[in-house]
Design a protein around this ligand. Structure first.
Ligand SMILES: Cc1cc2nc3c(=O)[nH]c(=O)nc-3n(C[C@H](O)[C@H](O)[C@H](O)COP(=O)(O)OP(=O)(O)OC[C@H]3O[C@@H](n4cnc5c(N)ncnc54)[C@H](O)[C@@H]3O)c2cc1C
Length: 467
């Protein structure tokens, strides 16, 4: 009896143009979307046989090129999204790699559980959150996503299924979380969720007249807040540099909650379908004409004035409403036009962050390429090998990319990168399209990459997996 080999990947995995979320990096990649772990194993083995490198992909919500591979195969694991086990008694869930944060909270909210750490959008998958070790607006308190992962299964290119947790294969566990899918496919994630007393949170908005004031207000609220996030007007100059607005959010106790179980219904958590009477689906078209320096300066000034009016006035908001602000306007990324945008997020130690961030803001302004959106967060260090977090602060900045500014913008990011590295800072690979290997090694230290490379050599000696 003869066994017939499946058709080659050039037939089974035709090329598709894929993008990073910022749309400034596109690549034509061989693409496959398996529906089971066996199919996933089969396609990775085929790539190995045919000499193709493999990059895994979740929902493609990384801004840069992390889940693209022009010369190899992209394996999308969103099709493997089943919940294998959900235990409302303990808050432990086990699920396939493709389950999204949205699928997760929809499944658990009525049992009064919420993911302890979420990104600013609900579209990312469990595997994407693991592989980037994402952080939330509560990183200073809850740590990264990985701190809540109890264990995970990795499928290595050789076909071995390896369970990793803090006892079994702890070195692989701490390297695969934040390891960009370069050690194996994440095929199962066991996660501990957080029990909630209320479906709502109390939000306190605070205006800050410059970055110094924003840092001071963060410092005042850090010891007691559950979440803190700052919007930074990256076009403000002089004494007002880095002005903006902080949102503090706190869990309610059962006594403070007025909605009871109603607040935990999926419908009570939904995002509004219209904003100021306008259907959300078309809103990005209204944003598009404003996305140039004078337009953003005008919008930011209006937003800052509004923030002064709302200063200190608390209100209640659902978990979804607070956590996923960036999902309010579908397709907002299209407003940046054909060239898209890059997001560049810097992480700087507490002792140097304030001055470093002001210098970065000024450097971008002087180049005539200010960021159109700035977001400030506070972080704490964690135990993961390639962690971007440190005892310090991050600022994420969105820069519009056009054919005319692309080269200047890349040069600007090189200058900003030097400023950050000299301040002892790091970067976040989920938000990167511009970093050069030498800068990454300077920022993280060669030792971490040597340790990572040694683990990779063990699990993927042929270097099949790339990111
Ligand atoms: C609007 C918006 C807001 C965001 N806010 C935040 C935020 O607040 N905090 C934050 O930390 N991040 C944030 N992000 C970034 C986002 O959370 C991360 O990029 C996340 O990794 C995206 O998950 P994904 O499923 O889309 O994975 P992708 O972007 O497709 O892939 C991410 C990485 O995971 C790897 N990967 C994917 N699937 C697998 C698998 N099965 N096995 C192994 N490796 C795999 C890929 O190779 C890649 O290296 C935001 C992104 C957007 C678009």
């Amino acid at each position: 009896m003869t066994t017939r080999l499946p058709p080659p990947l050039r037939i089974r995995a035709p090329r598709q143009v894929l993008d990073g979320f910022g749309r400034s990096v596109l690549a034509s990649c061989r693409y496959s979307r398996p529906r089971t772990v066996d199919e996933l194993q089969d396609v990775v083995s085929a790539a190995r046989r045919e000499g193709l490198t493999v990059t895994f992909r979740g929902s493609g919500r990384s801004y840069g090129d992390a889940s693209l591979n022009a010369s190899g195969l992209v394996v999308d694991t969103t099709g493997i999204d089943q919940v294998e086990r959900w235990e409302p008694a303990t808050g432990i869930i086990e699920a396939g790699p493709g389950l999204t944060i949205e699928g997760l909270w929809r499944r658990t909210i009525e049992d009064r559980y919420w993911p302890a750490v979420v990104p600013g959008t609900m579209r990312p998958t469990m595997a994407g959150c693991v592989s980037m070790n994402i952080h939330g607006k509560n990183n200073f308190r809850a740590g990264p996503f990985g701190d809540h992962v109890l264990g995970l299964e990795l499928l290595t290119p050789a076909g071995e299924r390896l369970w990793c947790d803090r006892e079994q294969n702890p070195d692989v566990f701490h390297a695969a979380i934040g390891g960009l899918g370069m050690l194996g496919a994440v095929t199962r994630v066991k996660l501990k969720l957080k029990k909630m007393q209320s479906g709502q949170m109390r939000i306190l908005p605070l205006a800050a007249s410059n970055l110094d004031e924003m840092f001071a207000q963060f410092r005042e609220h850090l010891p007691t807040a559950d979440y803190l996030v700052g919007w930074v007007d990256c076009l403000s100059t002089g004494r007002g540099i880095g002005r903006g607005e902080i949102h503090r959010a706190d869990y309610l106790t059962a006594e403070e909650d007025t909605l009871g179980q109603d607040g935990f219904h999926v419908e009570s958590q939904g995002l509004p379908s219209t904003i100021m009477g306008v259907s959300k689906g078309v809103l990005w078209r209204f944003m598009q004409p404003m996305l140039h320096n004078p337009g953003v300066r005008f919008v930011n000034t209006a937003k800052y004035v509004m923030s002064r009016l709302g200063h200190g006035r608390t209100y209640l908001q659902s978990h979804v409403g607070f956590a996923f602000l960036l999902d309010y306007v579908p397709n907002w990324r299209l407003a940046y036009g054909d060239g898209g945008f890059i997001q560049y997020q810097i992480f700087v130690p507490d002792s140097t962050a304030l001055e470093c961030m002001k210098t970065v803001l000024r450097t971008a302004q002087e180049a005539g390429l200010p960021s159109y959106l700035g977001v400030l967060k506070r972080h704490r260090p964690d135990a993961f090998l390639l962690s971007h977090a440190l005892d310090g602060w991050s600022m994420a900045m969105d820069f519009r990319v056009t054919a005319a500014n692309r080269e200047r913008l890349w040069k600007l990011t090189e200058r900003m990168t030097q400023i950050v590295v000299e301040a002892g800072g790091r970067f976040y690979f989920a938000k990167d399209a511009v970093l050069r290997p030498a800068d990454v090694i300077r920022a993280y230290g060669a030792e971490r990459f040597e340790t990572f490379a040694a683990i990779k050599q063990r699990l993927d000696p042929e270097n099949v997996l790339q990111s």
